[in-house]
Every structure is written in C-alpha cells, then in structure tokens.
Design a protein around this ligand. Structure first.
Ligand SMILES: [Fe+2]
Ligand SMILES: [Fe+2]
Length: 231
C-alpha cells in the first residue's frame, strides 16, 4: 500500500485543447500520465489528484476525462483546481454520489489513508490577476473550507494529517500564509500542492522541509508525469 499524488492533468478528450502549446514537455502528456501511473500505482494504492483535471466547462464535457481518471489503477481522490468548472464546491456531495465507488471528491470532508486523514481544498495565492481585495475574499473562503476539512477529520478522532491544496501554499515572496499557518496549527506532516507549471513557476513556493512540515510540488509537468510517492 502506498499514497501517491499528482495534479494538473489538464485532460481534453471532449473539448479541443492541446497542451503542447505550453511547452514540448506536454507533448503526448496523456499517454505519459497513463504509462507512468500504471508503472507505479497499484490497485491497492491511494492517490490524490490535486486539481485541474479537465478543460471541459461542464460535467458533460468532462465525462470522458473523468472516465480516463477512473480507469487508472488505485483509489482516486480528486481535489478542485481553478479550471475545474464541472465542480461546484457547494454540490460536492452530488459528485460523490454520482461517482460513488469510482472517484472521491475532497471538499469540506476528508478521506483516510492508514491512520492519516487526507484533508484539503483548492487554496489560493496572489498572482496579480485580480484586485488584492478580491484575492483576500477568495483566500478567506478557502481557509474556511480548509478548516472545515481539518475539523471533520479531527472530530472523527484523526490527529495525523496530510494536507492538499491546488494552489501553492504561499504567494511569491511570502515566507508564510494562512494556509501554512493552518498546517502548523493542526500539525500536518506534509503539504502537497500543484498548479505551478512551466519551469518559470516551479519555484513560486516551498519545496522540502519548512518549519517541520514537508512541502511537495506535484504538478504533472514538474514530476515529468510520474506520480509522487507521499507515504
Ligand atoms: Fe493547471
Ligand atoms: Fe491551476
């Protein structure tokens, strides 16, 4: 048994959105994901896929992409990314019942791996794309969702946590954030995030140990499409 993570699959089986415009490493990226996933992840393993699953704008346009993920070996837990238009955070329960026994959607809830609780939310960082006030509003909402995830696990008796975000835990130049502080507060052992792709963005946030917590960037291109072992 093992726990793996990788994010930013950016699938587009239904909508036409080739990824190689983002760099040569994205050429045939779906085939690479499938090849390495099948090489590393066993049917008895658990994997958290950290968002930006599909370019589809609604569930109909995402069905094939989610079907591709479903067909990969192992138990798959999905986190929401900024491009996941098919997933209304408030309607996560609906997705969970629709895909029951096939895919699990992590939002305002938690899943378990051995004696660990897997908690998380999309997160947010400031990228200069919106006003700072708007950034603060979205970030604060995400912090509420993250706390709900931690609290649901804690009230069920879990005290060991792995925390997942789609966005990096800090904005460029920050040495801490509401997200890193919450990881500290609950004693998360590891924080796993993606969203940063393209070489220019790989060092936007933390790598390795910071204040006793291990941080992992798991964007698919950063990992060269090989899922990262977390536990
Ligand atoms: Fe992405
Ligand atoms: Fe993203």
């Amino acid at each position: 048994m093992a726990l793996y993570a990788m994010g930013d699959f950016h699938l587009s089986f239904t909508v036409n959105k080739p990824m190689d415009v983002f760099g040569s490493e994205w050429k045939n990226h779906v085939r690479k994901i499938e090849k390495y996933w099948k090489k590393y992840v066993k049917e008895t393993d658990t994997a958290v896929i950290t968002g930006d699953h599909s370019w589809g704008r609604n569930l109909d346009e995402c069905r094939e992409d989610l079907g591709f993920i479903e067909a990969l070996p192992g138990r798959k837990i999905l986190l929401r990314g900024n491009h996941d238009m098919f997933w209304d955070a408030k309607k996560t329960e609906r997705l969970n019942s629709l895909y029951e026994g096939r895919l699990s959607f992590l939002q305002n809830n938690y899943y378990t791996y051995e004696d660990y609780a897997l908690v998380g939310t999309k997160g947010y960082c400031y990228e200069g794309k919106d006003s700072y006030e708007h950034f603060e509003k979205i970030r604060d909402r995400e912090l509420v969702r993250l706390r709900a995830s931690f609290e649901s696990a804690r009230s069920a008796g879990y005290w060991k946590y792995i925390m997942f975000l789609h966005y990096p835990p800090t904005s460029i130049g920050e040495t801490e954030s509401g997200f890193t502080k919450m990881a500290q507060e609950y004693g998360a052992e590891q924080v796993v995030y993606s969203h940063c792709h393209g070489k220019a963005r790989y060092d936007d946030s933390f790598h390795g140990e910071v204040d006793g917590i291990i941080y992992h960037l798991v964007s698919s291109d950063y990992l060269r499409f090989k899922p990262e072992r977390i536990l």
